[in-house]
Design a protein around this ligand. Structure first.
Ligand SMILES: [Fe+2]
Length: 303
């Protein structure tokens, strides 16, 4: 019972056609539904109706993020725990929010993000049969990540945000950066036994630092950078390795300026694992292990 993983993100884009072309032809996502002002997309190995929603708006940034619930009862349980934490919760009926959507609750987290917990999103299947499937479908285009992996958001008070995700939603802290005065500068939190499903870094409330797609290995991260460079996509950070999460990564920007990542590696987390701590002096190595420093754009550009 409980939250299984990140379900979807909805981001604002000022040019819906351009963003859709980028996410379909460069990222290689699949369009599953379209409205005049929203386009719904999924990765090839995801079974649910959508994991990315592009919403037309005259700006960029995060509209909301959603986590997948295992059971219908979880909606009631989290509604109670979020209300007990002191936040207002809105209940959304099946299909009310979006085509193919399940039943959901919504609230604004103490970090200023609109968060949704959803159960029962329509299953449209991945691109493989359930009987005797090949390991990978033919005809994929672009980077073609199999699934959405995590979201990284900014918050004025990372400590309070961390407390909320742990106490109200049951996330486990895997890693953190602590300042010399003890303040929590960044936190990595998980529910899916991976290094992170969501992470928080000090910045404005409600901000999006990036959302990340999973790739199966380091060679695919390198090949993703080939695809990005071929299409002239602005690469923020070329393929490298994180200290925190131990993941392999490449960062880049969608046409609206929202930061994307492809991510692989990391480790398996048991629920009783003690969090790893990085000191303020080693924050550069926590973010980019080889370089040991974080470029200014990475710290200051968010949407
Ligand atoms: Fe990330």
């Amino acid at each position: 019972m409980g939250i299984l993983r990140l379900s979807h993100v909805e981001v604002r884009v000022p040019d819906l056609e351009l963003a859709t072309a980028y996410y379909c032809e460069v990222l290689g996502l699949i369009e599953t539904a379209r409205e005049p002002e929203r386009v719904f997309l999924k990765c090839w190995d995801e079974h649910e109706h959508h994991s990315l929603i592009l919403r037309y708006a005259p700006t960029y940034g995060l509209d909301h993020l959603g986590f997948k619930l295992q059971d219908a009862d979880d909606l009631d349980r989290y509604e109670r725990s979020v209300e007990k934490y002191g936040l207002a919760v809105t209940r959304m009926a099946r299909g009310e929010v979006a085509p193919g959507h399940g039943e959901a609750i919504r609230f604004t987290s103490p970090t200023g993000h609109l968060v949704e917990l959803v159960h029962g999103m329509e299953k449209v299947g991945n691109l493989l049969p359930l009987t005797n499937p090949p390991p990978r479908p033919q005809g994929l285009v672009g980077i073609a990540p199999p699934r959405l992996d995590h979201v990284f958001v900014t918050a004025e008070d990372v400590d309070e945000g961390t407390r909320f995700f742990r106490e109200a939603l049951g996330f486990r802290l895997t890693e953190q950066v602590l300042a010399d005065d003890g303040a929590r500068l960044a936190a990595w939190l998980e529910v899916s036994h991976t290094p992170h499903d969501i992470a928080l870094i000090t910045g404005p409330n409600g901000g999006l630092h990036h959302f990340a797609f999973w790739l199966d290995d380091w060679n695919e991260v390198r090949a993703a950078a080939d695809t990005l460079a071929y299409h002239g996509v602005p690469i923020d950070v070329a393929p490298t390795r994180h200290g925190a999460t131990r993941g392999f990564t490449c960062y880049f920007f969608d046409p609206a300026g929202n930061r994307n990542e492809v991510f692989t590696g990391g480790y398996w987390v048991d629920p009783d694992q003690e969090p790893v701590t990085w000191t303020e002096a080693e924050m550069g190595r926590a973010i980019f292990y080889y370089e040991g420093v974080v470029n200014q754009r990475f710290l200051t550009v968010h949407t």
